[in-house]
Design a protein around this ligand. Structure first.
Ligand SMILES: C[S@@+](CC[C@H](N)C(=O)[O-])C[C@H]1O[C@@H](n2cnc3c(N)ncnc32)[C@H](O)[C@@H]1O
Length: 256
């Protein structure tokens, strides 16, 4: 399957997308000589920031997109490196003081089992810090699912369902997995975008990439057109457009 992550499109909303990253990074408790794993590190810019902020001894950024990693590699050195691989295959050996993931784990299903696996990547006293969008029950996602159902034949029945738990269920999960300290927050990030159409551009850089991978260029443009028509009907004409984006920030620490 083609790699449809497009760093330019993704970084178009860099300011808006990086705000939750900084909030998540601020939840992490710095310790001397940390070993850090950043899952779904993308273009590496924020991984580089995290590595320096924590003055980490070693940071490994993992991503399954060569397009994204190509940019990330410019930041390598001084204990920071990037690896190609899928989070679910657990390709980076060893244990870490921090497993970090900003806006990536929503692409994986089965969060109970996934978090359990991540917990076992941590040393005693290790921290888990994860941010996931919580937009799966919002019209922007429901209408994408509806559009995918209309293109069922072209997509071979594929529909992207984002599986994100409720905030309280992440809190319960952290407790069950033995995190003796935790903070779980639902936060609304208000983004002022030039127009409702900018919401489509936003999703072209993320959610829609999974459909782009599975469709030829002409069919994908028809897909986006269909999705746009539905979404604009719902979003209205407001300019600039206030985009209320829900995210869950999750932090936990194990005992020593
Ligand atoms: C929305 S971007 C976030 C990038 C970065 N963490 C940031 O905050 O800018 C999601 C990233 O997760 C990566 N990704 C998605 N599913 C993945 C998987 N199963 N294994 C590894 N990387 C994955 C994508 O390639 C993409 O670079």
């Amino acid at each position: 399957m083609q790699d449809s992550w497009n760093p330019n499109l993704y970084e178009k909303f860099q300011t808006e997308r990086s705000r939750p990253f900084y909030d998540l990074a601020n939840m992490v408790r710095r310790r001397e000589g940390m070993r850090v794993l950043d899952l779904g590190c993308g273009t590496g810019k924020l991984t580089h920031y995290l590595h320096r902020k924590l003055a980490a001894q070693e940071t490994v950024g993992l991503d399954a997109s060569e397009n994204m990693l190509r940019l990330a590699r410019q930041f390598e050195g001084n204990g920071l490196e990037f690896k190609f691989g899928r989070i679910e295959d657990d390709p980076v050996p060893g244990k870490f003081d921090l497993v970090f993931s900003n806006a990536a784990l929503q692409w994986l299903t089965g969060h109970e089992a996934l978090f359990e696996k991540l917990r076992f990547k941590l040393q005693p006293g290790g921290q888990l810090a994860v941010q996931v969008p919580a937009m799966n029950s919002e019209p922007v996602h429901i209408l994408a699912v509806e559009t995918a159902e209309e293109f069922s034949e072209e997509l071979g029945g594929y529909v992207r369902h984002l599986e994100v738990l409720r905030p309280e269920n992440y809190a319960k999960l952290l407790y069950k997995l033995g995190f003796i300290e935790q903070e779980v927050r639902l936060q609304i990030y208000g983004h002022i975008l030039p127009s409702p159409e900018a919401v489509i551009e936003w999703y072209r850089g993320t959610l829609l990439t999974t459909y782009q991978q599975r469709l030829d260029a002409e069919t994908y443009e028809r897909f986006v057109k269909g999705y746009t028509q539905k979404l604009i009907k719902y979003l209205g004409e407001e300019r600039p457009f206030f985009f209320a984006y829900k995210r869950i920030l999750i932090w936990g620490r194990l005992s020593y």
